[in-house]
Design a binder for this molecule. Structure first.
Ligand code: ZN
Length: 250
């Protein structure tokens, strides 16, 4: 009798803690429900939606492209991960198309973003072999257009005129060196600030996202100012910003 009572008290205590944690998180993130509670709620309320309808319901994204179930499922999972890391990257995206393997053959790009102003604006096309980091890159192109950084004069003038060689895909600097320089992630990122920003954001979604930062030359590469702007513009999170700053300063 006593132990049953004790168990009941214990389980209601645990439930209380879970609910309190949920309420606390709702307060912090200012969302109605935590993602896990929201997903459970959505599943119970609409168990019969197909995958495309679920994408639209949970991310307000219209899906187009490869109709294979595993492809749409993988996109749903990537978007869920993105939402839990930085929901601000999903603010304006309206449409995503994942190309079939046949359509992806021979394409030079892994992803293509159509930002504000394009006829099919706020949409992204992804080659079939895209990764979470490439998805982040294309979403960053979209969000950059709405961001504080894109209209900030200091941020724009922070980047010196490009000093890369040749046209097209630039792999080296004028002095023949590679790697990050000044505020640019890579020689190719000098094509425009938009591309540079997308390459910064992409870095945070690699399996080992510290790999890049390990080898940088702090004298040649002023990364801190751009990163501060990206954080202020919600293109990266405070957690991502602090982790890298702490890592590089060490
Ligand atoms: Zn790009």
């Amino acid at each position: 009798m006593y132990s049953i009572k004790k168990e009941a008290v214990l389980s209601s205590l645990i439930l209380g803690v879970i609910l309190t944690a949920d309420v606390a998180q709702v307060k912090l993130t200012n969302s109605r429900r935590t993602p896990v509670v929201e997903q459970a709620y959505n599943y119970v309320s609409h168990p019969f939606l197909n995958l495309e309808q679920q994408l639209e319901r949970d991310f307000s994204i219209i899906y187009e492209g490869d109709q294979k179930e595993e492809v749409i499922k993988a996109l749903y999972q990537n978007l869920s991960e993105m939402k839990s890391i930085n929901p601000a990257l999903l603010k304006h995206i309206k449409k995503i198309k994942v190309l079939t393997p046949e359509e992806s053959v021979g394409l030079e790009y892994i992803g293509l973003a159509h930002p504000k102003g394009d006829p099919v604006f706020d949409s992204v096309i992804l080659r079939c072999d895209y990764s979470l980091s490439k998805l982040a890159h294309e979403l960053a192109h979209i969000e950059y257009n709405y961001s504080l950084a894109s209209s900030d004069l200091f941020f724009q003038s922070f980047f010196n005129p490009p000093i890369t060689k040749g046209k097209g895909w630039r792999t080296t600097w004028e002095d023949g060196t590679r790697g990050p320089k000044k505020g640019y992630i890579s020689p190719n990122a000098t094509r425009n600030i938009d591309e540079n920003v997308a390459q910064y954001v992409e870095l945070f979604y690699y399996k080992d996202d510290c790999e890049f930062w390990k080898g940088i030359n702090k004298e040649e590469f002023d990364y801190e100012t751009p990163l501060r702007y990206l954080w202020a513009s919600d293109l990266i999170t405070e957690k991502q910003f602090k982790e890298i700053i702490d890592f590089v300063r060490k």
